[in-house]
Each structure stands twice: as structure tokens, then as C-alpha cells.
Design a protein around this ligand. Structure first.
Ligand SMILES: NC(=O)c1ccc[n+]([C@@H]2O[C@H](COP(=O)([O-])OP(=O)(O)OC[C@H]3O[C@@H](n4cnc5c(N)ncnc54)[C@H](O)[C@@H]3O)[C@@H](O)[C@H]2O)c1
Length: 386
């Protein structure tokens, strides 16, 4: 088992445990007298490991609540519902709220715990690859508001994040790929060696998956994740180490932490447009049904094109870096092509919460493992990408 710490001013502020079975979770909960568990209802139904967690909670007499963890439900109403449940169950300032689920669950439960009684402690058992390598690390919590993603929230660290790779065996292939996008993003930022290793492993898993007949795919995928767990676990730990290092140096995103937003200004625009299209458009799935990780993959390909235009004055379409990253993403089962053009994305990018004084902090890729930040206006970016 790996233990990775997030520190601030030389003090450990959050711990991440990677690689143990779920039974050992109980020991990590022992120091806390009043634990309250909130679980994604879908995870409770689909994930055998979550059922083991429920048994641990029953054994410890921990009150439990199920939530509908969908992007539409990632709202203040759900946060208030969690707070009301804590209140009804007598949670005091000594409480620890445990979130079991993917990034939507951890973002909402972390936020609810951060505002309940001016802040109680919380911990995560992330059940998606995306939340294991990203959402459950670093303390960003929050909800969507008025068609803006994660626009309300706080940065506050969980006591611990307990990563059990076995939970991924029930995660659908598509959600696994979404997490793969965030993992590759992390390695593009800071770890060229593990980028290569991750592309190799994810490509092997993708190739094994796509040849299986559709009716057997879910069961086969579960076996595939189980068979590759010993290669996947060190990559999860490596991605956590990169993020924990960056967060330790810049917890509140004043500088270096912005690197982790690689591809995200584009991704948020794509997600906003997809939601708008779902409400008003013709319903074509490639324009309405895009997960966060899928949008990040598309955003990284655009960031690569922008980087080539800026660093290498390469005005070809697509650029060499974009071609390389797009090819790697495709090899890993991800689509790098945004269904929206740059013009369409421009308006949504103007309204991104990360835009400050008309400029956006764009993260550019010098080479795999080496990124740089540059403030650019959305109009400059659109001109360069056109
Ligand atoms: N706080 C952060 O730093 C941060 C970083 C990245 C993303 N996010 C947020 O995370 C969210 C996306 O997270 P996500 O991809 O984990 O989504 P998610 O929580 O919606 O999970 C994806 C789907 O998988 C299901 N699921 C989860 N675990 C499962 C399991 N083990 N077995 C079977 N099904 C399972 C869920 O019910 C859901 O349908 C977005 O809202 C995004 O904004 C936050």
C-alpha cells in the first residue's frame, strides 16, 4: 500500500492511501467516533465492493444515506439535503462524513461537510478512475449553478482518501475511459515516463475490450480491469503523487495548480454547449452526451494545437503535437475531436469562471511532461485555433 501525503507549511493536511483491499478501510475509520456515510445510489447497486463497504458501515453502526449522483443533481439542493440529513441524525462538530462514489459524490459531500456547522471533517472512497486520480485529491469541492460547472464551492482537504482499485471492476468502460483522460492529463503535465506507460497499458486494455462481442462486454471488461490491476495501481499512485505534489506547493490555485486545468477551459465550454444542446438541440448524442473526462480529452487535443501554434509557429491543421496526443487518446479509446467548432466554444469560454480581466490562464504543452501557463484572451485563442 502506498501512502501519499498532501502538505502545507510542512504539515500533513490530507492523506491518500492507494492499493489496499476494502477490508482495511475499517481501521482508517477507527479513530473517528461519529462517522456518517453518503453513497452514490448507483454505486450501491452496481459495485460489489460498495456492498462490502455498506457491511462495514452496518457493523460500525454508521448511519448511511444514498444520493442520486448525476450532473443534473449536482446542485445546492442536494447539498442542502445532505446537510439536513446530517442535522436530523445528530451530526455534531466531531463528525466525519464519508463519501463513497465518483467525482460528483465527492464534490457534493465535501462541500456539504465544509459548510455544515461551519465545517466538519470528511473522507473519500473514490469509486471511479477519474475520482481516484483527480476529483478526490486536492480538496476542490462544489456544485453546478445556472448552467456553470462547479461555480459554487470551496477548497478544503479531506482527512483521507482511500483508493481501492478493486472498485473499478464494476465501473463501465466509458467511465473508465473518462478517468483515463484525466490520468493522461496529469502525466502530460509532469511525468513523461508514466505517460508512455499509461498509453501502453490503456491501449492494451482498449484493444482487448473492443474485440469482445457486445453482449459479453461488461463482464469481460470487469475481468480485464481485474487482470490489469497490478499495472494500473502503480499508475494511479503515480498520478496521485503528481497531483499531491502540485497541491502541496499551491493549495489554493494561485499559480502552479492552474497547470492541472490543462484542456479544461475548452472542456468546460464543450460541457456547457453539450448541456445547452441537450435542452434545446436536435439531440444528436455526439453533441449532447459528453462526460467530463471525454470533454477533457477533446480539450487536451485543442490545447496541443494551440501550443504548437504558439511555441512552434506551426499553423498546420492538425499540428504535430495535436496529432501525437490525438493518436494516443484514440489508442486509449478516447475521441479527441470536439463536436463544437471554435466559434461555438468562444462564447462559453468568455463566461468561464477562470477568466480574469478578459484573460484566461491557458495551459500550453511544451512537450509531454512539460507544460507552461500563458494568459491569453479568448479572442486570441480562437484566432490561433481557426
Ligand atoms: N474536485 C475536483 O478536483 C474535480 C476534478 C475533476 C472532476 N471533478 C468533477 O467530477 C465529476 C466527474 O466525476 P466522475 O467521472 O467520477 O463521475 P460520476 O461521479 O458521475 O461517476 C460516473 C458514473 O459512474 C458510476 N459509478 C461510479 N463508480 C462506480 C463503480 N465503481 N461501479 C459502477 N458504477 C460506478 C456513477 O454512478 C456515474 O453513473 C464532475 O462533476 C467533475 O466536475 C472534480
Amino acid at each position: 500500500m502506498d501512502e501519499i501525503n498532501i502538505c502545507s507549511s510542512g504539515r500533513v493536511i490530507s492523506r491518500v492511501f492507494v492499493g489496499d483491499g476494502i477490508a482495511a478501510l475499517e481501521e482508517h475509520l477507527d479513530p473517528y467516533r461519529h462517522v456518517f456515510a453518503v453513497m452514490d445510489s448507483n454505486v450501491a447497486m452496481q459495485c460489489p465492493v460498495a456492498q462490502e463497504i455498506a457491511e462495514i458501515m452496518n457493523h460500525k453502526g454508521v448511519p448511511g444515506k444514498l444520493i442520486d449522483a448525476s450532473e443534473d443533481n449536482k446542485t445546492m439542493d442536494t447539498v442542502m439535503d445532505i446537510c439536513g440529513w446530517l442535522l436530523d441524525n445528530g451530526a455534531d462538530r466531531d463528525a466525519l462524513v464519508l463519501a463513497v462514489g465518483g467525482g460528483i459524490t465527492s464534490d457534493m459531500v465535501g462541500f456539504a461537510a465544509s459548510i455544515y456547522k461551519r465545517g466538519v471533517r470528511f473522507a473519500y472512497v473514490p469509486t471511479t478512475l477519474l475520482s481516484q486520480v483527480d476529483a478526490a485529491i486536492g480538496g476542490k469541492t462544489g456544485v453546478n449553478f445556472e448552467n456553470y460547472k462547479n461555480i459554487l464551492g470551496v477548497i478544503r482537504q479531506p482527512e483521507f482518501t482511500y483508493i481501492c482499485p478493486q472498485v473499478l471492476e464494476s465501473l463501465p468502460y466509458r467511465d473508465f475511459c473518462s478517468g483515463a483522460a484525466e490520468m493522461l492529463k496529469t502525466f502530460i503535465i509532469e511525468d513523461a515516463g508514466n505517460y508512455e506507460t499509461a498509453v501502453g497499458l490503456l491501449n492494451a486494455m482498449h484493444k482487448e475490450y473492443v474485440i469482445v462481442p457486445e453482449q459479453d462486454a461488461a463482464e469481460y471488461w470487469s475481468d480485464c480491469v481485474s487482470a490489469h490491476a497490478c499495472e494500473l495501481t502503480p499508475l494511479i499512485a503515480a498520478a496521485v503523487r503528481v497531483k499531491a505534489g502540485i497541491v502541496s506547493r499551491d493549495q489554493f490555485e494561485k499559480g502552479e495548480r492552474r497547470k492541472l486545468n490543462l484542456g479544461h477551459t475548452f472542456a468546460h465550454a464543450i460541457e456547457t454547449l453539450a448541456r445547452r444542446e441537450a435542452m434545446t438541440g436536435d439531440g444528436a448524442p455526439e453533441k449532447t452526451d459528453i462526460t467530463h473526462g471525454e470533454a477533457v480529452a477533446m480539450g487536451m487535443a485543442l490545447a496541443a494545437r494551440l501550443s504548437d501554434r504558439i511555441f512552434r509557429n506551426d499553423m498546420d491543421t492538425p499540428s504535430a503535437l495535436e496529432e501525437r496526443i490525438s493518436e494516443d487518446l484514440r489508442a486509449c479509446g478516447l475521441n479527441p475531436d470536439s463536436p463544437f467548432d471554435v466559434e461555438e466554444m468562444s462564447q462559453a469560454m468568455h463566461k468561464d469562471k477562470k477568466a480574469e480581466g478578459g484573460k484566461v490562464h491557458f495551459v500550453l504543452i511544451r512537450s509531454i511532461g512539460d507544460v507552461a501557463m500563458q494568459d491569453l484572451t479568448v479572442d486570441e485563442v480562437c484566432r490561433l485555433l481557426a
